[in-house]
Ligand binder design. Structure first.
Ligand SMILES: Nc1ncnc2c1ncn2[C@@H]1O[C@H](COP(=O)(O)OP(=O)(O)O)[C@@H](O)[C@H]1O
Ligand SMILES: [Mg+2]
Length: 249
């Protein structure tokens, strides 16, 4: 298996009043190419913080994060921003679309920042909208459509630069169950096509879309589960529930 991200004794502290809280407390983890890695753990266990560190959106307090050959714990902000645009597609729980730009424009922004061929990018964006089932919504503003449609737009935005990895923080957390299923179906399809993905979730039905589960507790990796290839969803669910039951989930 090819490692695309790894960490060494990763730590992140936050100041809470005059007390320092260790939110990420010595994580050593490897993320492999082609995996759909899931990060689970109870609320406040440090899942989002870990994802923000892995994406370079937050700097660590100490320790190392390597993205391929890049030491992102040691990189200036400008270089990090450029690298992030090129290698990471981030999907947020609350979509984070630019409110006064249309769907098409939202998808094109990160693409224009790394590539000048506007014509090619426009057709690529339109093809992605087709794939996400939102091609009718090209000229809409985010406020004019549903949450599920906004999240599908943000997924098109996340993949337009052919990122090394997609990182998603509870991407279905603000969606009803129909919209959640369509977002999860898209992620599953991307994974089937070979896209590496990391997703934070506390939802079993979302987690079983992945092939590896990392369980976080108190800022540390407590356990790591890998499903055998081609395990059906129902069997994964049963296996995951058993595994979590041993953790007072
Ligand atoms: N910017 C911040 N400042 C201070 N504390 C924070 C900050 N971000 C997260 N925390 C704290 O870190 C802990 C873990 O947060 P988070 O990573 O969001 O957990 P999770 O995503 O697993 O629910 C929580 O106790 C949270 O209050
Ligand atoms: Mg979170």
């Amino acid at each position: 298996m090819q490692t695309i991200i790894h960490t060494k004794n990763l730590q992140k502290n936050y100041q809470s009043g005059n007390r320092e809280v260790k939110v990420i407390n010595g994580i050593n983890v490897e993320i492999y190419k082609g995996d759909f890695t899931i990060i689970m753990g109870s609320s406040g266990s440090g899942k989002s913080t870990l994802l923000y560190l892995l994406s370079g959106l937050e700097p660590p307090s100490s320790g190392e994060i390597w993205m391929n050959k890049n030491a992102i714990h040691n990189i200036d902000e400008k270089t990090m921003t450029k690298l992030r645009r090129e290698v990471i597609g981030f999907v947020f729980q609350d979509f984070n679309l630019v409110p006064n730009l249309t769907f098409l424009e939202n998808i094109l922004i990160p693409a224009y920042l790394v590539n000048n061929d506007r014509k090619a990018l426009q057709s690529k964006a339109k093809a992605l909208m087709e794939k996400m089932g939102i091609s009718e919504l090209m000229d809409r503003l985010p406020s004019e459509v549903s949450g599920g449609e906004q999240q599908r737009c943000s997924m098109a935005r996340a993949v337009i630069n052919d990122p090394t990895i997609i990182m998603a923080d509870e991407p279905t957390g603000n969606l009803n169950s129909n919209s959640s299923q369509s977002v999860l179906n898209i992620l599953s399809e991307l994974y089937q096509d070979g896209q590496s993905i990391i997703m934070v979730t506390h939802d079993i039905k979302s987690a079983i879309r992945g092939n590896r589960i990392i369980f976080i507790r108190d800022g540390q990796v407590e356990d790591d589960l890998r499903f055998e290839n081609d395990t059906p969803l129902a069997a994964k669910e049963e296996q995951l529930l058993k595994w979590l039951a041993g953790k007072n989930w």
